[in-house]
Design a binder for this molecule. Structure first.
Ligand code: GLN
Length: 551
């Protein structure tokens, strides 16, 4: 299924729903935003979603994935927050870079306008000029996407210094067109183990903090480990001045894909449409309902090992650094009514450890996702050799493809010192080398937003596994890299059995490699995980999971 195309209904002005967090981060604002978008889409409205990140970073490309989670890449090449991936997955839309902004990007454009004398000699002030730029960007995203309803997630939590100017934008927009603006507070209700009772006070405080920014929430989504009971709903209603039936209970669930269905049990879309004075069109959530049925019916198991380095954050393991990979595995597994069991394997621990490497045999499939730098690199190369020699299905994504080429050059072609120049600038056999136009950028230290980014076309060769899986001669996939397969080694590697199954013909760049004497061995220079959708799993992930279930 191809992504939906938005076309706006002109019978009403565009509507804007702001989603703001309370109490603490990590309670699922992104998924709430995506789910609100989805349930409104299911009522026949064209929806788009915008994320506002309070960071001063101009985009998410310069943020460490361990701290911030995965860097998601849009088709137009903008590097942004992982929530953009959630929006695209839930709404089945290809969004644009216009749908994302940071404090840094907003200030940068205001300062550029000032330098160009666009303020006509006036003093440029934090308020209203910064919120005005935020509003301009939100309205532009609405227009470009042709949206009836734009759902905007404001990063951070109410009461933080960092997102105050964004709340100012909400307040100012509400002043302009009060009937078209709505705010949802997504808040957390703790159940302290020694007390054993759900507490509403932190959420009451969050609502007051929003009030002090001039905003009255219209709905409260109460996140907790258990559903909110009537007593809690009543209390929140009175203390936060929100109608009782506008308090939506959002307990923890096994799969994020259940959340829109739970919202609809509370008639959330009907209540929102009423609040925004929009017609309650007939609902069609059937695709989503069958997805959830498939998830519930998944009984078989498939064991996938994901080998990387971005896992340790103190005592916690952060799957967030690879969230799109994780979701793409799930989409393909659910398609085959299979439950994926995913283990995170730290590549550093595999290095020169025969016993640890042999443990990889327990996996039905191995994935090495994108990465940068030298830490754990030899562990990755050894794991690829193990997967190749032991016929374990292997999918290499970007760095995982580059390392598969290095492994092949070293152990099959017989070039023991082969490497990527990212790690060994002086290697005698640079099978992976920097892209010509990237050399200059590195030398000038122009590092932010300068990789090969976003969607490019790739031609798929006949009679290859990639062609069989895509069943298409040309595909478009998203990229984020500076290094590339070195064409000077192409003939040599091909003579030894490496199959080049995907090429970008415009730039003469190798995009997909595979092995034919293996149940499944594919490496992609691009990131297929970024365009996998729950209702439309990615063909390469489908092929990988299918091979894994057969192992
Ligand atoms: N570090 C590699 C490069 O820059 C791979 C990047 C990635 O895996 N996203 O080309």
């Amino acid at each position: 299924m191809s992504p939906r195309k938005n076309r706006r209904t002109k019978s009403h002005p565009p509507k804007f729903i702001f989603v703001v967090g309370g109490v603490m981060s990590g309670v699922g604002k992104g998924i709430t935003t995506s789910s609100i978008g989805l349930i409104l889409q299911s009522r026949g409205y064209n929806v788009t979603a915008v994320k506002i990140d309070p960071y001063v970073n101009v985009d998410a490309g310069t943020m460490n994935p361990v701290e911030h989670g995965e860097t998601f890449v849009m088709d137009d090449g903008l590097e942004c927050d992982q929530d953009m991936g959630n929006y695209e997955r839930f709404l089945n839309l290809d969004l644009t870079g216009t749908n994302y902004m940071t404090t840094g990007a907003v200030y940068q454009s205001v300062i550029n306008q000032e330098r160009n004398l666009e303020f006509g000699g006036k003093c440029v002030s934090v308020v209203p000029d910064i919120p005005n730029e935020v509003i301009r960007r939100i309205r532009k995203a609405q227009k470009i996407n042709g949206a009836d309803i734009t759902v905007i997630e404001i990063g951070g939590t109410a009461g933080e210094y960092e997102n105050l100017l964004f709340l100012e934008a909400v307040r100012m927009m509400k002043l302009e067109t009060p009937e078209d603006i709505m705010t949802v507070l997504v808040s957390f209700l703790p159940i302290p183990s020694k007390i054993g009772e759900m507490k509403t006070k932190p959420t009451q405080h969050s609502a007051r903090l929003l009030n002090s920014a001039g905003i009255q929430p219209d709905f409260i989504v109460g996140r907790s480990s258990r559903p909110l009971d009537d007593i809690r709903k009543q209390k929140l209603s009175v203390m936060c001045s929100v109608p009782r039936d506008h308090i939506i209970s959002a307990p923890d669930v096994d799969s994020i894909y259940h959340i829109p269905i739970n919202f609809e049990e509370d008639l959330f879309s009907t209540k929102i449409l009423k609040k925004l004075d929009l017609r309650p069109r007939k609902k069609d959530l059937s695709d989503w309902e069958s997805l959830v049925q498939k998830i519930n019916a998944s009984s078989k198991e498939v064991r996938i090992g994901v080998i990387g380095k971005y896992f340790n954050t103190g005592d916690f393991v952060l799957g967030d650094a690879y969230v799109s990979v994780l979701e793409a595995i799930k989409h393909a597994a659910y398609f085959y009514k299979t439950n994926p069991i995913i283990d995170w394997i730290n590549s550093e621990e595999l290095e020169d450890d025969e016993t640890k490497l042999r443990e990889l045999k327990q996996y039905d499939g191995i994935i090495i996702p994108g990465g940068f730098g030298s830490r754990g690199i030899e562990g990755k190369i050894q794991a690829i050799q193990f997967a190749r020699e032991n016929k374990i299905p292997y999918l290499g994504l970007c760095y995982g493809m580059q390392m598969a080429v290095v492994e092949f050059a070293r152990n099959v072609v017989g070039l023991p010192k082969a490497h990527t120049t990212e790690i060994d600038a002086k290697t005698p056999d640079p099978v992976i080398d920097i892209l010509a136009d990237q050399k200059e950028k590195l030398a000038k230290k122009e590092l932010g937003g300068t990789m090969r980014l976003g969607g490019y076309y790739c031609d798929i060769s006949n009679k290859t596994l990639a062609r069989k899986l895509y069943s298409k001669a040309t595909v478009r996939e998203r990229h984020r890299h500076r290094y590339e397969f070195n064409n000077e080694y192409r003939d040599m590697l091909v003579e030894h059995g490496l199959v080049i199954s995907g090429m970008n013909t415009e730039q003469d760049l190798v995009e997909i490699i595979e092995l034919s004497d293996h149940p499944f061995f594919i490496g992609t220079q691009f990131h297929p995980e970024l365009i996998s959708r729950p209702l439309d799993p990615h063909p390469l992930f489908k092929g990988f999971i299918r091979a894994a279930t057969k192992k």
